[in-house]
Design a protein around this ligand. Structure first.
Ligand code: AMP
Length: 290
C-alpha cells in the first residue's frame, strides 16, 4: 500500500529526478502514470488524471507551455496560465507530483540548436500538421524529453487531440520507448463542445454556436455509418458548417483510426476530424468509431 502524500511540486529536473530515484529504490515495481499538460486545467485534463489514478500506483502530471510547438504568430504569450487553480485540481484528483519546469529548465539552448524528433510525413502531412508546420516536431520533442525526465510506466493522452495521440503512439513504437500510451475519450461540455483550455477565448456569441462543430462531425459519422460515401457526407457537412456564423473551416476529413490515412469509404476504426476558427480561436474536434 502506498503511503498517502500531499501533491508535491517540482520545478527542476534535478529535484524531480531525486524523488523518482528514491521511489525506484524503495518500490521498483511501482506503476507510475504520467499526464503531460500545458496547464489551464479543466475537466478533460482531470479525467486523464482520474483514469491514471485508478490504474497506477503513482500519478505525475506536468504543466509546461511548450514554446517549441507554437509558431511565432500563435498564442504562446497569451496562452492561459492558471497555476494555483491547476494545483488545486491536481490535489483534488490525488496527483502525487506536479512537474512544472521553466522554459530554460527544458531548453538549455536555443530551440533552433536542439536535437529534434521528426514524426513521419504520412502522419503529419495533413490535418493539424499541414496547418501548423513544426507543431508536431515540437510536441514529439518535448514529450520525449518529458518521458525521459519523468520515467513513467504509462502515459495518458486525450483523444481530443487525435493526431497528437497517433504521433506519440508511433514515436513510442518507432523509437522502442519503454512505456505504454493510454488514450482517453474526449470530455465534452453538456452541449457537446469539446473541453479545451482555449474555450475561454470564445466570445459569448462564439460560445453559443461552437457546439455546432460537434453536431456536424457526429452527423458525418452517422451518414458514413449508414453507407453515405465520405465525399457526399463531407459536402453536406460543409454546407452546415457554412451556416455557423463566423466559422472558417480549416479541414474536415474522415480517416483511418489507426494510420490517419484519408478514407473514401468508411471502415472501422475510423475518425472524423475537424479544425475550424471561430473568430480568432482555433478549435479542433473529432469523433471516433472503433
Ligand atoms: P493540453 O494541456 O491541451 O496540451 O492537453 C493535455 C492533455 O489533455 C492532452 O493529452 C489532451 O489531449 C488532453 N485533453 C485536453 N482536452 C481534453 C478533453 N476535452 N478531453 C480529453 N482529453 C483532453
Amino acid at each position: 500500500m502506498k503511503p498517502a502524500v500531499d501533491t508535491l511540486v517540482f520545478e527542476t529536473v534535478k529535484a524531480y529526478s531525486e524523488w523518482r530515484e528514491k521511489l525506484r529504490a524503495e518500490q521498483p515495481d511501482a506503476i507510475v502514470g504520467f499526464v503531460p499538460t500545458m496547464g489551464a486545467l479543466h475537466q478533460g485534463h482531470a479525467t486523464l488524471m482520474r483514469v491514471a489514478r485508478q490504474e497506477c500506483d503513482y500519478v505525475v502530471a506536468s504543466i509546461f507551455v511548450n514554446p517549441m510547438q507554437f509558431a511565432p504568430h500563435e498564442d504562446f504569450d497569451r496562452y492561459p496560465r492558471t497555476f494555483p487553480a491547476d494545483v488545486e485540481i491536481c490535489k483534488n484528483v490525488g496527483v502525487d507530483a506536479v512537474f512544472r519546469p521553466s522554459v530554460s529548465e527544458i531548453y538549455e539552448r536555443p530551440i533552433s540548436d536542439m536535437t529534434k524528433v521528426i514524426p513521419p510525413k504520412e502522419l503529419i502531412g495533413h490535418l493539424c500538421g499541414f496547418f501548423r508546420p513544426g507543431f508536431f516536431e515540437g510536441v514529439a520533442t518535448v514529450v520525449l524529453k518529458l518521458f525521459n525526465i519523468i520515467q513513467p510506466t504509462q502515459a495518458y493522452f486525450g483523444e481530443k487531440d487525435y493526431q497528437q495521440l497517433a504521433v506519440i503512439k508511433r514515436m513510442v513504437k518507432d523509437l522502442n520507448l519503454p512505456l505504454e500510451i493510454v488514450g482517453v475519450p474526449t470530455v465534452r461540455e453538456r452541449d457537446g463542445l469539446a473541453m479545451s483550455s482555449r474555450n475561454v477565448y470564445l466570445s459569448s456569441d462564439e460560445r453559443n454556436v461552437a457546439p455546432g462543430i460537434h453536431a456536424v462531425i457526429s452527423a458525418v459519422r452517422d451518414a458514413v455509418l449508414s453507407r453515405t460515401p465520405v465525399s457526399t457526407a463531407i459536402s453536406q457537412a460543409k454546407v452546415s458548417l457554412t451556416a455557423i456564423e463566423g466559422l472558417e473551416l480549416q479541414y474536415l476529413e474522415v480517416c483511418d483510426g489507426d494510420t490517419l490515412e484519408p478514407l473514401e469509404q468508411a471502415r472501422k476504426p475510423f475518425v472524423v476530424l475537424v479544425a475550424a476558427k471561430l473568430g480568432n480561436v482555433r478549435l479542433i474536434d473529432n469523433v471516433v468509431e472503433h
